[in-house]
Design a protein. Structure first.
Length: 767
């Protein structure tokens, strides 16, 4: 006679309309002798009522049994993140099912029957089932597996943990499926935790910082180009230089003049000549403007310093310098400017190559970084590196530059699995050096340190069950158990025969089933992006007034079409990296003084990120696995807002001004949306799902608290780009934990499977 332990995982592949129950209940069956409670007297009394199971071992108080589980489906979502990572497809085939590993089943004996486990406890026994089912082994037609196990007596509550199997053969599998650095399950639930996977390893962080130092040093050398004895000796060809430009200027005329000497203005912000203090001449104005644009970084401005951004910078800088270098000066001041441009051109050639540097003063084409070896050698020999300057204020000069010779500067920082805007640069006007903020800091907004250490992969697809049990004195076979989650949750006698009771195990018990479903421990963000207007305005007027005092400029208008902007990634703030036994955040971490919220960076975008150029359509829905963001130290009606950054690529064919700086064609930028649960009711209480935070004062032992992300629920955010959104475009990622980020949005919040954030105008308040 066979005994069965059944798990019905019918909705493994779906987020159901209300509670996204994906895994149906576990059932244990067999002729099992169980006690009614933990005392020896009660156990003996119970054993007199019915014979022990043949598999019962009185020495261990355990019964050898078998369990079987079922899997089914039911969703129309077929995106890359959901279809691949969450198995939310319209039909489940063997190829869809990823399998379950890291499976743990845990037994508890609570004082009262019919209750969820509401607080951390120690399991009476746990089962490390490892890989409970292989990938591609289940389908609609073949959804059952049978395994043997032993079950202890005196169990009335059970927990289930598991996670989907990851295919390590897939390129960038961590981004595709999500990644956890830790999946730690122990008998003591106080020690159970699950931790998001860091994007940057310790070894990669060292390389990351080395690249930043090299790039900062390179830029500092260029910006410190000057006319001086060392420069003349290194760069001048005898008989050329300023005298060759037609003006008899003595060799010692302003011999130590920095390029930065052109950055002088009058009260009306108009440039002055460094030679005589008169209004700057045309060639001087060009050197003034390019220097000012490079080095004037506003206090809260986020200046992108990725490889892509630096190539764009170098192309524009070199083109302007080349126009001055090749011009015909009309006076001594312009002759000096032409000479300075020649020095800058020589400096640029140390670090960059170009397919064409026109001798007629035209724009430079095909700019690229030289190899890391060549750049390192150039830095070592560069006379323009200020000996007193480090790579940030107060730091000693950067001398250990033998370093990272295999660096790919053009792909920085994306080769470290980070967004293009994950790093930014400042300029120290005292020491005349560029530096990356705290070497690896990604944002000065909000006044708190935020580093690349705080970028994480999306969460993995995790399974969690917390349930009281049904018991029956009748021995059931596999075919007796309901085969779908709907039937499992149906109390009708057609699903569950009348011999089942919500109670605890006694020696007369022959079959045991978890009352409630197994669900996802993770939550899901569904994001779409569209336009609320097809003619957008940039921030040109405000920028020109800020930088040059010009009040006659107007904003540039951009008419969007299909593909004008491309969605590159979704970056989710307000994520505590660790969750505990109940998949709720652990907001403290003993021994970690710097423990803080981080970002989930999801760069696996559905449908190539195309945004239709219409107010009637949106991008394909993108799905990101996240953790529940319930914060226990905050009131139920004061759960935190979540800021989401949408990384977009400018494919309009033109450059435009964002919040603080220029967004070049082909470069990436960031618009911010706010998800706010304040004043909204929570979702309906699931009938067959223990939804944390648990509440032992209620009959069900659970309650609903509205927050942006709820485990086993899908939160929908429909973002919209409005007329004025581009005015608030960031060039790099701001601190998404801070309310000081600039945004504007229109939100209509509703609960279905999770919060729906509708018509969120990203980055601006206009429609």
């Amino acid at each position: 006679m066979k005994k069965y332990f059944l798990i019905d995982l019918w909705s493994l592949c779906t987020f159901r309309s209300k509670n996204l129950a994906l895994l149906s209940a576990i059932a244990f069956s067999g002729t099992i002798g169980f006690t009614a409670c933990s005392s020896t007297e009660d156990s003996l009394a119970a054993e007199e009522k019915a014979p022990n199971s043949p598999g019962y071992d009185p020495a261990t108080n355990e019964v050898t049994t078998q369990f079987v589980f079922n899997v089914s489906n039911g969703s129309s979502a077929t995106t890359r993140q959901s279809g691949t990572a969450t198995q939310a497809s319209s039909s489940l085939s063997a190829n869809d099912f990823r399998g379950i590993d890291n499976c743990y089943i845990m037994c508890f004996n609570q004082a009262t029957d019919g209750k969820y486990l509401s607080s951390a406890a120690t399991a009476t026994k746990s089962y490390d089932m490892s890989r409970v089912v292989a990938e591609h082994s289940l389908s609609n037609a073949n959804s059952r597996r049978v395994l043997e196990m032993s079950l202890p007596l005196n169990t009335n509550t059970m927990l289930f943990y598991g996670r989907a199997i990851t295919d390590n053969n897939i390129t960038d599998y961590k981004s595709t499926f999500g990644h956890l650095d830790n999946f730690n399950v122990t008998n003591n639930l106080n020690d159970v935790y699950f931790k998001l996977g860091k994007r940057l390893t310790a070894d990669d962080k060292t390389k990351f910082q080395e690249v930043e130092k090299l790039l900062a040093t390179m830029m500092s050398c260029i910006i410190n180009t000057h006319r001086g004895e060392a420069a003349i000796a290194a760069d001048d060809i005898p008989g050329e230089g300023i005298p060759a430009y037609g003006f008899a200027i003595p060799a010692d005329f302003m011999p130590n003049m920095l390029w930065g000497a052109y950055n002088v203005v009058d009260a009306q912000k108009q440039p002055l000549s460094p030679v005589d203090g008169a209004p700057a001449r045309p060639l001087e104005i060009k050197l003034f403007k390019v220097y000012k644009e490079l080095t004037t970084i506003q206090t809260a401005e986020l200046r992108n310093a990725s490889g892509v951004a630096l190539i764009y910078m170098a192309t524009n800088l070199w083109s302007i310098v080349n126009s001055v270098r090749c011009a015909t000066p009309t006076n001594q001041a312009e002759a000096l400017a032409k000479y300075m441009a020649n020095l800058i051109d020589i400096e640029m050639r140390k670090y960059f190559t170009a397919t064409n540097v026109p001798a007629n003063g035209g724009s430079v084409d095909g700019v690229a970084f030289k190899s890391a070896d060549a750049i390192i050698d150039a830095i070592k020999a560069d006379v323009y590196w200020p000996a007193s300057g480090g790579t940030k204020p107060g730091e000693a000069a950067f001398t250990n530059i033998s370093g990272y010779t295999s660096a790919n500067f053009a792909e920085f920082p994306s080769q470290f699995a980070l967004p293009q805007g994950a790093t930014h640069v400042k300029f120290d006007n005292t020491n005349k050096v560029f530096y990356y903020v705290e070497n690896y800091n990604t944002s000065a907004v909000g006044g708190t340190t935020f580093t690349v250490d705080d970028y994480y992969y999306p969460a993995e697809l995790c399974y969690f069950g917390n349930s009281p049990i049904r018991v029956s004195d009748k021995e059931h076979v596999v075919s007796d158990y309901p085969v779908s989650v709907n039937l499992w949750d149906n109390e009708a006698t057609s699903s569950w025969s009348t011999d089942w009771n919500l109670a605890h195990v006694q020696s007369s018990t022959r079959s045991v089933a978890m009352k409630n479903d197994i669900n996802y421990g993770t939550a899901l963000l569904k994001a779409t992006l569209g336009y609320s207007a097809t003619t957008l305005k940039d921030n040109n007027a405000a920028i020109q007034q800020r930088d040059y005092g010009v009040t006659t400029e107007v904003d540039k208008e951009i008419n969007v079409t299909n593909g004008s902007f491309k969605l590159v990634s979704v970056i989710v703030g307000d994520q505590w990296p660790k969750v505990g036994w109940n998949f709720l955040p652990k907001t403290t971490d003993p021994g970690n003084a710097n423990y803080r919220k981080g970002y989930i960076y999801d760069n696996q975008i559905t449908g190539n990120g195309v945004i239709p150029g219409s107010t009637d359509e949106t991008s394909a829905a993108n799905y990101t696995l996240v953790f529940d963001n319930y914060q226990p130290d905050l009131a139920a009606d004061a759960q935190p807002k979540v800021y989401v950054a949408l990384e977009l690529q400018n494919n309009t064919g033109i450059d435009f001004f964002g919040k603080d700086n220029l967004i070049a064609n082909g470069s990436n930028f960031y618009l911010i949306g706010e998800l706010d649960p304040t004043g909204k009711d929570g979702p309906a209480l699931p009938a067959y799902h223990a939804l944390p935070p648990y509440d032992v004062t209620t009959a069900e032992g659970t309650r609903t608290v509205p927050r942006v992300f709820i485990q086993d629920h899908m939160t929908t955010a429909n973002f919209k780009i409005g007329v004025n959104s581009l005015k608030y475009a960031y060039l790099t990622v701001p601190d998404l934990r801070s309310s000081s980020v600039t945004l504007g949005l229109s939100v209509d919040l509703n609960w279905s499977t999770g919060l729906v954030f509708d018509n969120i105008i990203v980055g601006g308040t206009g429609n």
